[in-house]
Design a protein around this ligand. Sequence first.
Ligand code: G
Ligand code: G
Ligand code: MN
Ligand code: NA
Length: 254
Amino acid sequence: LEMEAGLRRALDLREFVLHYQPLISLTGGRVEGVEALVRWQPPGREIISPYHFIPLAEETGLIVALGDWVLQEACTQMKSWLDLGLRLDKVAVNLSAQQFRLSYLQERIRDILSESGLPPCRLELELTETTIMARGDEAGIQMAALKDQGVHLSIDDFGTGYSSLAYLRRFPLDKLKIDQSFVRDIPHDEGAAEITSTIIAMAKNLKLSVLAEGVETPEQLDFLTGRGCDSCQGFFFSRPLAADDFRHWMDRAA
Ligand code: G
Ligand code: G
Ligand code: MN
Ligand code: NA
């Protein structure tokens, strides 16, 4: 209960910050985008990982207000980076199941985009398998409404849930993000290598783009490049960085 009050207060006091991790294209090595990841920064204390507050935010419903702030902040930041001339295609934002369920989500996203001045094609929303499979055809309708606005859609942590292949084919998706639990064990672990290769091949058959998360070593990168993976993200390239640090990282990457 104390933690819940703390979260509420943190929202009012604007104690949340976004960190940004680059998404790297494997065809040409350029930075194709950036994922926004929320952190809690209580004044004068250590920064708190989302692992420690997202579950409570979801339990209490605060995730809706927090997620709204994340969307506004990420779109505003991306717009100002584009105005500064940073070469980034997209900002990716994690959407929780409760946000995805909102009947007014489409309108809210349209408002956030128009207030920030960010073109819809610059925003990618990350959903999980659980989020979309729990809602069946309704999820397809919600996704189609978002796609109609020009926003991109990806599935995060892919491989850890229970996706129906029929839905994967039917839903208007752009990208699968292979969960880092598989990437961590390639190329040495045969099972992880098989699953990773299979997801890449499946994405290609479904005409989806495919990104590997959690890339930390050159061996993982070689394996993924060899299998035709489109892009990746991970500590090998950069940890998630504070906005100013990310801008400097981009200056060096260019
Ligand atoms: O950034 P980090 O790897 O510590 O994130 C831990 C978890 O928190 C990941 O599962 C990530 O998807 C989730 N997460 C980070 N930022 C957000 C956010 O803005 N909204 C939601 N719903 N989840 C987030
Ligand atoms: O669930 P989601 O994919 O949004 O979570 C991303 C999380 O993965 C973030 O908390 C981020 O800090 C973490 N992360 C990003 N790259 C790496 C990596 O190379 N290794 C590990 N262990 N974690 C990573
Ligand atoms: Mn994510
Ligand atoms: Na993930």
